[in-house]
Design a protein around this ligand. Structure first.
Ligand SMILES: Cc1cc2nc3c(=O)[nH]c(=O)nc-3n(C[C@H](O)[C@H](O)[C@H](O)COP(=O)(O)OP(=O)(O)OC[C@H]3O[C@@H](n4cnc5c(N)ncnc54)[C@H](O)[C@@H]3O)c2cc1C
Ligand SMILES: *[C@@H]1O[C@H](CO)[C@@H](O)[C@H](O)[C@H]1NC(C)=O
Ligand SMILES: *[C@@H]1O[C@H](CO)[C@@H](O)[C@H](O)[C@H]1NC(C)=O
Ligand SMILES: *[C@@H]1O[C@H](CO)[C@@H](O)[C@H](O)[C@H]1NC(C)=O
Length: 488
């Protein structure tokens, strides 16, 4: 852990001299004086808000503020700054590294999930979404207020905050692009507590930066999204691939590389599925998917026509859509990620060889999800790669390597299982030809590697923007994400 940096004098005392408990008292006194709501330590709300989705990396905040207004957020940032405590936003709490709690002990967590209004202006199709909304709530509101949508992942409890500010890839993204590509403007509280709005014409550098690295730059209080009218009819599907040998997996994956659809390959120890979303009816899907099924020997086990919300619910794994506060769903896992171009035969072999030689003997509940993220017909690749801070538009595949247990404690050997899987593939790829996804962060990575892998050649420009909005410190925090901090 990084030591808590706390150098501001408080009433003549150096903050470094005071204990965490005293610090919590001073901080909550400040919040009270500014009328910012906060959770009493040990209360039910404290327990709910301090429990991240991933129970593996768990951290203890100094205090948890639960603002209901922008002014509350500004005041909370002022209090943190006065006392020399790092502050950061938490939205849905779904960060793989529990960055919503700061990714280390000792932060002021600014829990936004009480701020979740979604208002659609039907005349222009712009949705105003408060910074603490969860995606299922956003999707159901946009639909009920006029059958609009933007593309995003549909795990209902994931927060719009973390998701959109670091890219945001969902089953509709191949057709409709990243969640962050639908952002029209956003309003943020900066480290010095001032409120700014950014868009392509207003503070454009900040607007560039928040679409890929937003969690490091301020607290977004409100997003304004463009939307599209939802299609009447979509078909969501699952096809099962019966690959028993490494040779079959290699052949099957080679065929998968050639077909561009809203689709992913989902690999576990028990099954291998193609899963996706087709804009059209079932017979249209069969026409498009037929050749792939033929060469991969896969069979369509589910193809269901439905409306927009039916697919949202399907990909939300049956969890009720409209999630707000309180929210209490958890897993215990470790994960990592990878972006690649189409795999060469030797890269593909590295993947299948690790899968069949090593991963198969991992009896935990692991999976690898490979999304057809980019490619010539993907909407993700339409904007120029340098048009936002999201650095990896041009990659075909987005891999998520995920290893979970049904216990609270994650076993030490799990880390190597995931790291070696990734390492065996990247070992065969020149370093400038792969990247990692900051929304699937691997908190085991050292800061320098993490930042290079997440932001690549956009890192220098991000440092400049960060320096302009938060000259106090950072963008060089360990593990890639720099949390909002002022107090040097
Ligand atoms: C089950 C599951 C499935 C997922 N599937 C996908 C997927 O298919 N595609 C995909 O792209 N991602 C997916 N994700 C990853 C998800 O997009 C990220 O974990 C995302 O960052 C979570 O956002 P959050 O607001 O819930 O998390 P939090 O932990 O609350 O926040 C994550 C980070 O964002 C910052 N942040 C949050 N809100 C704000 C705000 N308003 N202003 C400034 N900073 C903010 C936090 O400070 C923190 O650094 C999935 C995650 C889970 C757990
Ligand atoms: C599909 O089945 C044929 C015939 O059994 C076999 O030769 C081929 O290797 C299989 N391919 C895959 C990808 O499973
Ligand atoms: C590949 O996997 C093996 C087996 O887990 C491991 O020993 C090796 O270090 C890995 N190689 C790389 C480059 O990660
Ligand atoms: C806060 O920071 C922004 C960005 O650097 C700057 O434009 C603004 O003047 C600052 N406000 C105050 C009150 O210092």
């Amino acid at each position: 852990m990084l030591p808590l940096i706390a150098l501001l004098p408080i009433g003549g005392l150096a903050a470094a001299d005071i204990s965490p408990f005293e610090k919590a008292d001073i901080l909550t006194d400040c919040l009270t004086q500014s009328s910012v709501p906060w959770n009493t330590r040990g209360s039910n709300d404290w327990k709910l808000d301090a429990a991240p989705y991933n129970l593996r990396p768990n951290f203890t905040p100094v205090a948890i503020a639960v603002p209901t207004t922008v002014k509350n957020i500004q005041d909370a940032v002022v209090c943190a700054s006065k006392i020399g405590v790092k502050a950061n936003a938490k939205c849905g709490g779904h960060s793989y590294g529990s960055f919503g709690l700061g990714g280390e002990d000792g932060h002021l967590t600014i829990e936004l999930d009480r701020m979740n209004k979604v208002v659609l202006d039907n005349t222009i199709g712009i949705a105003t979404v408060e910074g603490g909304s969860r995606l299922g709530h956003v999707a159901s509101e946009l639909y009920s207020q006029g059958k609009w949508a933007f593309s995003h992942r549909t795990c209902p409890g994931v927060g719009v905050g973390g998701h959109v500010l670091h890219g945001g890839y969902g089953v509709s993204s191949h057709t409709h692009g990243l969640a962050s590509d639908w952002l029209d403007s956003a309003t943020l509280v900066l480290a010095n507590s001032s409120v700014v709005t950014c868009s392509s014409t207003q503070n454009p550098d900040l607007f560039w930066a928040i679409r890929g690295a937003g969690g490091s730059l301020g607290i977004v209080t409100e997003f304004r999204f463009k939307t599209f009218a939802v299609p009447e009819r979509v078909t969501f599907f699952i096809a099962q691939a019966p690959w028993k040998t490494e040779q079959q997996a290699r052949e099957g994956m080679a065929a998968f590389q050639d077909l561009e659809l809203n689709m992913r390959l989902f690999i576990t120890n028990r099954f291998v599925n193609f899963e996706g979303l087709f804009y059209g009816d079932k017979s249209g899907l069969q026409g498009v998917l037929g050749p792939l099924l033929k060469v991969t020997n896969a069979s369509l086990v589910m193809a269901q026509q439905g409306g927009w919300l039916d697919q949202v619910k399907h990909f939300g794994n049956g969890v009720s859509l409209d999630q707000g506060h309180p929210y209490s769903m958890h897993e215990t896992f470790y994960s990592s990620s990878l972006y690649t171009h189409p795999l060469t035969p030797s890269q593909l072999s590295a993947f299948t060889s690790y899968w069949f030689t090593h991963a198969k003997s991992n009896k935990r509940d692991w999976y690898v999800q490979i999304d057809v993220h980019g490619g010539p017909t993907s909407a993700v690749t339409v904007p120029d790669v340098d048009s936002t801070a999201y650095a990896h538009r041009n990659y075909l595949f987005m891999f998520l390597f995920y290893d979970r247990v049904d216990k609270v404690v994650y076993p030490a050997e799990g880390f190597a299982a995931i790291q070696n899987f990734v390492g065996n593939v990247t070992d065969k790829i020149p370093v400038e030809e792969w990247g990692m996804y900051v929304n699937y962060p691997d908190p085991q990575m050292e800061r320098e590697a993490a930042q290079r892998n997440y932001w690549g050649k956009h890192l220098e420009r991000l440092r400049i923007v960060k320096g302009a909005v938060d000259p106090g410190i950072c963008l060089v925090i360990r593990r890639g994400l720099c949390r909002l901090y002022r107090g040097k």
